[in-house]
Ligand binder design. Structure first.
Ligand SMILES: [Zn+2]
Length: 335
């Protein structure tokens, strides 16, 4: 596997933008690497592997559950309303005493926001996923910023909270310096904690095929896809634990990305049971973000929407080949 070049190391977006202290760090009492006096800074050419304070091992493995694309994405499970499908997800979370953060596309919220109110009533947190799910790598930057700000304002009003967590659509943080800067400045203006993802799930690859099988009355095929979905998330969790071990010498408090879709509504309870059997404790996003891994620089500038564990210095976008292979495997299975 090829290693990144020194030249690429110099392209750390956080360093280019002088963003030594992003809002996430405000709550962190530990001195940050960029706060060291200049004399203690190692030369760029010999920058060491990231130094991260050890997490309390007794608290790991742990995982914060995040659900994107509220109020709903993709077709509904046959015979279920959007609220019924939402209640199914919430019941699964309650059965495992898990408090999730759910990221909203505010333009897709109907009057009265019934689904969002259900999530809030159940004790979960809402986050900003931009109003229209705009892609920072493609949208007009000013339009992207306005879209993010409008969703933030909507959620502040709805929840009565400030500092609404933010998740980039497609995990795209801007593939040029200019776009990256717009993203960061917008998020800073909202005083929003960014919610990175360590465990990406590719549920969207199979979701439509799953619903199509159910609609066709093909229970066997639907079961096959559901099993592949659950197996995939267990495989991904294990993969990213391994990546954390290889890159940091320890596991991290993970943040998993799921979607508010039919596969989740039907399978979350079983999935959480299996993850708990693997040893995962379910923690809040806020608790996960206390892991020092999230205080490291973002070292990746490019087009991919990738795990935080690939973005930490030295960025390792080549590791995304695992995700590509997994996506191809799932596509073949669902077909
Ligand atoms: Zn999304």
């Amino acid at each position: 596997m090829h290693r990144r070049t020194t030249q690429l190391r110099h392209r750390s977006p956080a360093r280019m933008l002088g963003l030594a202290l992003i809002p996430l760090l405000a709550a962190c009492p530990e001195p940050q690497p960029d706060m060291r006096p200049p004399t203690e800074q190692p030369a760029a050419e010999v920058r060491p592997e990231p130094r991260v304070a050890p997490a309390p091992e007794r608290d790991l493995p742990a995982m914060a559950i995040t659900v994107d694309d509220l109020p709903w994405v993709g077709p509904l499970p046959p015979g279920m309303s959007r609220l019924e499908a939402t209640d199914s997800i919430l019941a699964a979370l309650a059965a495992h005493d898990a408090t999730a953060t759910a990221f909203v596309n505010c333009d897709r919220v109907p009057p009265g926001a019934p689904v969002l109110r259900r999530w809030l009533q159940a004790g979960h947190q809402l986050g900003n996923h931009t109003s229209g799910h705009l892609d920072l790598n493609r949208a007009d930057p000013a339009a992207w910023a306005a879209d993010a700000m409008s969703c933030d304002a909507f959620l502040r009003e709805l929840t009565g909270h400030d500092a609404i967590p933010f998740r980039y659509p497609y995990l795209h943080r801007g593939h040029t310096v200019e776009r990256y800067r717009v993203g960061r400045e917008t998020i800073d203006a909202m005083s929003a904690p960014v919610a990175p993802v360590t465990i990406e799930s590719l549920d969207w690859v199979m979701n439509n095929d799953y619903v199509a099988a159910l609609q066709a009355g093909d229970q066997a095929r639907a079961r096959t896809i559901a099993d592949a979905y659950i197996d995939h998330i267990l495989r991904a969790s294990s993969h990213y634990q391994q990546v954390a071990g290889e890159r940091l010498g320890r596991d991290v408090a993970h943040i998993i990305l799921l979607h508010a879709n039919a596969l989740l509504a039907h399978n979350l309870r079983h999935l959480l049971r299996l993850l708990a059997q693997e040893g995962f404790r379910f923690i809040t996003l806020e608790a996960a973000l206390r892991d020092p891994v999230y205080h490291l620089d973002d070292d990746y500038l490019g087009p991919l929407g990738i795990s935080w564990l690939y973005r930490i210095p030295p960025a390792a976008p080549e590791l995304f080949q695992w995700d590509r292979a997994e996506r191809d495997r799932l596509r073949a299975l669902a077909r």
